[in-house]
Design a protein around this ligand. Structure first.
Ligand SMILES: [Zn+2]
Length: 476
């Protein structure tokens, strides 16, 4: 049964490569930022409907979040897709840095592929179930604003993932692997300071500088760095610092992102940062307003699902590339120094990473090596991973050594190397889901592993109960 179902799914994906490419490229071109992915979400949701999925749009109070359901009964297999772009990363499909329009967004994290590979996998699975008489439900989760604004946290809080037996998701990367590393928990928060304007030379004694408060807060936090755990990360930008230097700034604002490997390591650091923020207001006689943007958890990995995904990756086989594609890759590689490639590979801690120094596109499928490691970034996939066994695997979309969130990623995500990683990922998603449908013991094992890894820890939504998603963040 599983062999036949996988054959049906793979055939559907092979036969629909041009449609999947068209959708991925359309989302690549839309390059919409978090919570304003109106065209991208509509494209994917409409496509699901055209294949008989029942689609609910605007879930969790987010206009660009949706769920597509096909089939009935247990088990319920979830597939996630993301489709938000990153600001300032506009780039043509070109092997040299060449923006389409300077300063505009681009798909520097490959979420055009993420959304479409998930969609392809979910639809292929639907046909495999239909044609072989397998039992179960496919749920595609259209997940907006993964970058910075963490749409899934609100979807989790509203119970959108309740009742799902396992979730599979794909993310473009430079390697084919079903990773086991956790990710950092984080909080994003804005600090608004309001003071009093005055002539900066004529009557400075009358002014209360909001910018001083922002700067003093930053100084306090920079001293705090010595007294937090080594693995914590604190970043900020000054979003607004005043108009011109001859006016004491009456309003200034900073945006902080605070990370730590575990949610309960993050909380005390966050509390101390709040105290520093208040201290800066006290020193400058300004008013402070704290705007909590979002918080997320660290990821709970799944060895059970990693093994199933890895086996399917090997069975399907990683893509191969034409001479033309390799020439493109070779040209992009000229923008990445040997030293930075070495550091990027070293940081992965993958056994034998040294051998990859001479490799451009990684065609191998290693066993997951990173159980117990914490990747430096954060993702709202983590919050889903506390609800149900979750696996976000990656396929090689970029050359080895490419920095994350870069113009190089935008270029690869819009061309045939990216498309090949998409088809590969869709097949992996469908085949993994078919294994879960045909071997119920895998789902049982995945849930037992999840319970063991949670070790009695309970997920509490990291966002205040009365706080809604920051839908207007990128609205023009
Ligand atoms: Zn991403």
């Amino acid at each position: 049964m599983s062999f036949k179902a996988k054959k049906v799914a793979n055939k559907w994906i092979d036969g629909n490569e041009s449609r999947l490419t068209e959708m991925s490229d359309a989302i690549w071109e839309y390059a919409e930022l978090g919570y304003v992915e109106f065209k991208s979400a509509k494209l994917l949701a409409d496509e699901l409907e055209s294949h008989g999925f029942k689609v609910e749009r605007g879930v969790a109070g987010i206009p660009t979040a949706f769920v597509g359901i096909w089939g009935k009964g247990k088990p319920v297999i979830g597939v996630m897709g993301e489709y938000d772009a990153l600001p300032g990363l506009s780039q043509k499909v070109s092997p040299i840095k060449e923006p389409i329009e300077v300063g505009e967004p681009g798909h520097g994290c490959g979420h055009n592929i993420h959304g479409t590979s998930g969609l392809g996998g979910a639809i292929a699975l639907r046909y495999a179930i239909d044609e072989t008489g397998l039992k179960g439900t496919v749920k595609f989760f259209g997940c907006p604003a993964e970058e910075m604004l963490s749409g899934k946290v609100w979807m989790v809080r509203e119970g959108v993932f309740d009742g799902v037996d396992a979730v599979i998701s794909h993310h473009p990367s430079s390697m084919n692997n079903a990773g086991l590393s956790s990710s950092n928990a984080n909080n994003a928060v804005k600090f608004h300071y309001r003071g009093k304007t005055s002539h900066a030379a004529g009557s400075p004694e009358q002014g209360r500088s909001a910018l001083d408060a922002v700067e003093l807060m930053n100084i306090g936090v920079n001293f705090l760095r010595e007294h937090v755990i080594q693995d914590a990360r604190i970043h900020y930008v000054i979003e607004e610092g005043g108009g011109q230097p001859n006016v004491v700034p009456g309003y200034a604002r900073s945006w902080y992102l605070i990370r730590a490997p575990e949610r309960d390591q993050l909380e005390p650091i966050y509390e101390r940062i709040l105290k520093i923020a208040e201290g800066a207001a006290l020193m400058t006689e300004t008013e402070l307003e704290v705007e909590f943007i979002k918080g997320i958890y660290n990821k709970v990995p799944s060895l059970t699902l990693s093994k199933v995904v890895t086996a399917n990756m090997r069975e399907i086989g990683a893509p191969t590339y034409t001479a033309e594609e390799m020439a493109f890759a070779e040209m992009v590689s000229e923008s990445i120094s040997e030293a930075s490639k070495r550091t990027t590979l070293w940081k992965t801690k993958r056994p034998g990473w040294e051998d990859l120094m001479t490799v451009l596109m990684d065609g191998s499928v290693p066993d997951a090596w990173n159980d117990g490691e914490v990747s430096h970034g954060s993702t709202d996939v983590s919050d889903v991973s506390w609800m149900t066994p979750t696996m976000e695997f990656s396929t090689a979309t970029y050359i080895l050594g490419t920095p994350g969130h870069s113009w190089q990623n935008v270029a690869f995500s819009g061309m045939s190397i990216g498309h090949k990683s998409l088809f590969y990922a869709s097949k992996i998603i469908a085949s993994t889901a078919i294994d879960l449908l045909t071997k119920p013991e895998l789902i049982k094992e995945a849930w037992e592993e999840l319970d063991k890894r949670k070790a009695g820890r309970v997920y509490r939504s990291p966002i205040p109960a009365d706080l809604g998603p920051p839908l207007d963040q990128w609205k023009k």
